[in-house]
Design a protein around this ligand. Structure first.
Ligand SMILES: C[S@@+](CC[C@H](N)C(=O)[O-])C[C@H]1O[C@@H](n2cnc3c(N)ncnc32)[C@H](O)[C@@H]1O
Length: 254
């Protein structure tokens, strides 16, 4: 049951969904980035027929523009979501789900550990977890740490609950994916041997912060932004260990 404070946090979250959708429609660089990133997710989905593809934490529902068969869900209910779902408690039978997509959601979960246990239960063998989340590199460190409202904290153990129940659904620790899939990957694999790491890419350089995000307009004119984006396209993947702002992690249920 929602407490009064979590109910008002949910009301604020719903208002943010509307604001994010409006900002997204007005921001050409952001739309280009999301099209590319959801395109990567679309290419990494498992073969059809394993069960539904759920997006957890769909918020404004941007995934529907890029992944036609995805089921939109969120812990905060909105009219465009097909289901109201908390990531730690998926309303599906064992082995019934084909894939779960988390786009900017992992670092908001009260307990990533509980989510991964639930994903292990609900996914069909061959089903996948696809996570697109912030990556903390030397270049993104100051941007996510000082300029982004959520910030990050590497001193928090990512295998322990991050927040109390009923937290604001938008509070987060942006270090979680970097911790679980880069700095503490061996521990993740020890705890979740049934989730095989298929890939973990780092990508998206300064073109991402220059796009302004949902709270600001792009920081540079479109032509300058296009040049940044083109130059980033020439960089080898290894460059994004130093200059990346995002990671895409794909796990497969054995
Ligand atoms: C930063 S928003 C991302 C929204 C959307 N995926 C996007 O990228 O536009 C984080 C979302 O995670 C949702 N969320 C937070 N905690 C959650 C949980 N435990 N289970 C499911 N969704 C959750 C929030 O309600 C919010 O919609």
């Amino acid at each position: 049951m929602q407490t009064q404070s979590s109910a008002s946090a949910h009301d604020r979250a719903r208002i943010r969904f509307e604001e994010h959708r409006r900002a997204f429609l007005q921001n050409e660089p952001l739309r280009k980035l999301y099209a590319e990133w959801y395109g990567r997710i679309g290419q990494s989905l498992p073969p059809a027929g394993l069960g539904p593809v759920l997006e957890l934490g769909s918020g404004p529902g941007l995934a529907a523009d890029f992944l036609p068969d995805v089921m939109l869900t969120d812990v905060v209910r909105a009219p465009w979501h097909q289901l109201s779902v908390a990531a730690e408690n998926l309303p599906f039978k064992d082995g019934a789900v084909g894939a779960v997509v988390l786009f900017d959601v992992l670092h908001h979960l009260p307990s990533p550990e509980r989510f991964f246990r639930e994903a292990m239960r609900a996914l069909s063998p061959g089903g996948r977890v696809l996570i697109c989340d912030p990556y903390i590199s030397p270049l993104s460190y100051p941007v996510f740490g000082w300029l982004h409202e959520e910030g990050f904290d590497f001193s928090v153990d990512p295998f322990e609950p991050q927040w109390p129940e009923g937290k604001d659904p938008f509070s987060g620790n942006q270090a979680v994916a970097t911790q679980l899939f880069f700095r503490k990957l061996a521990e993740f694999q020890r705890r979740f041997p049934g989730l095989q790491l298929l890939s973990r890419e780092r990508f998206a350089g300064p073109s991402y912060p220059l796009a302004g995000g949902f709270g600001r307009k792009p920081f540079v004119p479109q032509t300058v932004w296009n040049t940044f984006k083109r130059v980033e396209g020439w960089l080898p993947p290894a460059a994004f260990a130093w200059a990346g702002f995002r990671t895409l992690v794909v796990l497969e249920r054995l």
